[in-house]
Every structure is written in C-alpha cells, then in structure tokens.
Ligand binder design. Structure first.
Ligand code: SAM
Length: 328
C-alpha cells in the first residue's frame, strides 16, 4: 500500500497523540487563566482505543508517533501505552513531549518500554520566573534533574523547548544558549503563538530573527549540516558548543508546506491541523464498532482535509480548543 499524502502532495507520516487533557502546570501561553473544564474520564480514549487508531494509521503510512498532553506523564500507566505502540511493526519512532515534572521518576521505565527520545518544555532557569509562567509552585530543580535522568537512561536526544516571550523570559535567551556551549543541551527557541483563551498577547511575541540577533553576541551560529531531525526546527551550533540551538518559526516563517502530521486529541478527535478547528470523531465510530478498514478511511479523510496553511502571521487567533487540549 502506498503512503499517505494530502491534496497538496505533502507526505503524511507522523501522528501526534494527546493522551490526556490533564496537566500539572498552567503555563500562561497554553492554558486559559480560568483553567479548562476537564473531560469526563469515559470520554477519554482508552489505551486499547489509541492502539487501534495508531495501528490503522501505521497500516496507512504513519511511521512516527509522539505522545503529548495536557501532560502525558500524569496519565497512569503511560509506559504500557508506549510498549503497545513500540510493538506496531510499521512504527519506528515513539517519542514524548513533557513538562518534565515527573520525568525523573519515569524515565527509566519509559526507556525500557520502547521510548526513544523526549522533548522537555522548559521556559526559564529561575524558580520565581518558573512560578510566574506555570502559575504553579513545583520545584524547577525536579525538571532539571529529570532532564539528566532522561539522558542517563539513554533517551536520545533530549531536546529542550523554550517558548520565548518578551518581558517574561526573553532575558534568559543567552543563559539557555550558554547551556548549549557548556553542556550537551539541545535547546529549541519557539516563537509564541496566540492560543485560544491564553492570557499571552501579541506584544509578547519575539521573532526568531530578533532571537538570533541577540544570540550572536555569543558568537556566530554555524548551521548544522546535514540538517538534523525531520521536524520544523532549524539547527545551529555556537563556537565550540557541545550542544545545539534550534529555532522554530510558526509565526514569522510558517513551515506548513512541510507539514507531515495529524493530531489525535485525548477525546478521540483526529485533527488535520493544529490551528484549525476541523475534527473527525474517531471515538464514537470506534465505540460503535467500526472496522479497521473504516478507521483507515477516516484517517484518509482527515489527511484530505488538511488545509494549505495557517494564518497566524496575519493576526489570526485560533478559537475553540486551547493549546493544552490539542497538545501543541
Ligand atoms: N505538557 C507537555 C509539555 O509541556 O511539553 C505537552 C503539551 S504542551 C501543549 C506541548 C508543546 O506545546 C510545548 O512544547 C509547548 O511549549 C508548546 N506550546 C503550547 N502553547 C504554545 C504557544 N502558545 N506558543 C508556542 N508553543 C506552545
């Protein structure tokens, strides 16, 4: 069977699965200040249902899956799901995006279950700033420790994602970049997207070109060639650095023309695009006894609905689900 491609000839081989809408942090750019009303437990896909969808997707050409949330590690038994997904023959890469609060506790078990690599969202290296951004008083030290544990058990690479916000954490750009010189840190600087319901505003946006200008105080950014990874980031190395810096430009230079993904929400909706509200209900059809062939047809339908691009650069602010309920 040939792989999937959408109506703009983009190959689609990547599924991002949100396993829960629950999160132990309340990051200002991701979650509305009033929080979100939580989905009832029975409307969240079971691991068996996620497996059935992933299996059908793999048979149609998906070969990479990434688990996200909410915060995926707050869902109990996550290593079990990772083990199930890792056993699907056509899936050769199972990865995770986490805020890192529970990473130290679970890293070894996750690795053993078949997880290959992990992205950790970390927007500051200062405890007081951490509390301001996450609206929680968790210990930042636990996340830093989690990153080290993840590396030590062989999750590779561990990438750090920092959403850069003016007058909130942009004063730490050089601190994060310096970490890539002294240690084998792989830091990706992400432009702030306006997210439904979140309190962040357009005035907090910092473009990647501005970030690069500031980082060049530390030396020339040497492009990493051949380009590493197959995601949206462009990677560079500072002089004599052990690690890398990456830049992700969802707003100033969208990368929709390279989009290779579908998203599955915790309540079983397949989304063709992060920033469009179009969704296909997989859960109800699954619970009404749809066949694996039927599931594959729904996956093809989602792929066919992928829009050409989003319109954040034109000032569009998505409505509907906040980022925390889609999985970023
Ligand atoms: N809880 C997990 C975590 O913190 O990584 C997974 C969910 S989180 C929604 C996934 C990713 O979305 C994170 O890397 C986060 O930085 C990114 N994200 C969320 N809201 C964003 C926004 N408004 N702009 C840019 N990135 C955002």
């Amino acid at each position: 069977m040939t792989g999937l491609s959408d109506s703009f000839q983009r190959p689609i081989d990547y599924l991002r699965i949100s396993v829960t809408d629950r999160c132990d942090l309340r990051c200002i750019y991701c979650m509305p200040p009033s929080g979100v009303s939580l989905m009832p437990h029975d409307s969240i896909l079971t691991y068996e249902e996620i497996y059935a969808i992933a299996q059908a997707a793999a048979e149609r050409g998906i070969n990479k899956v990434r688990l996200t949330g909410g915060e995926p590690l707050v869902r109990s038994g996550l290593p079990k799901l990772i083990g199930m997904l890792a056993q699907i023959e056509a899936i050769d890469d199972v990865s995770l995006t986490t805020n890192g609060t529970l990473l130290g506790r679970y890293a070894a078990e996750l690795k053993q279950a078949g997880l290959r690599r992990v992205n950790v969202s970390l927007d500051t290296l200062k405890q007081d700033k951490f509390e301001l951004i996450t609206q929680c008083d968790n210990n930042l030290g636990d996340i830093l420790k989690g990153i080290e544990v993840a590396k030590s058990v062989g999750l590779n690479p561990v990438k750090i994602n920092m959403v850069v916000m003016a007058d909130i954490n942009d004063d730490e750009l050089l601190d994060f970049a310096t970490k890539t010189i002294d240690e084998e840190w792989h830091v990706r600087f992400i432009e702030l997207m306006l997210s439904a319901g979140a309190s962040t505003t357009a005035s907090q946006f910092v473009s990647v070109s501005e970030m690069r200008k500031r980082l060049e105080l530390l030396g020339e950014l040497e492009p990493c060639l051949p380009s590493v990874g197959n995601g949206p980031a462009k990677y560079f190395r500072l002089p004599h650095a052990k690690g890398t810096v990456g830049f992700i430009t969802p707003v100033s230079e969208h990368f929709c023309f390279r989009c290779n993904r579908l998203r599955l929400t915790a309540d079983g909706k397949l989304r063709p695009c992060l920033l469009s509200e179009d969704e296909i209900d997989m859960k109800q059809t699954l619970r009404s006894g749809i066949s694996p062939v039927g599931l594959k047809q729904l996956i093809e339908e989602a792929v066919a609905k992928k829009p050409l691009r989003h319109h954040l650069a034109e000032g569009h602010r998505p409505e509907g689900r906040p980022m925390t309920q889609v999985g970023g």
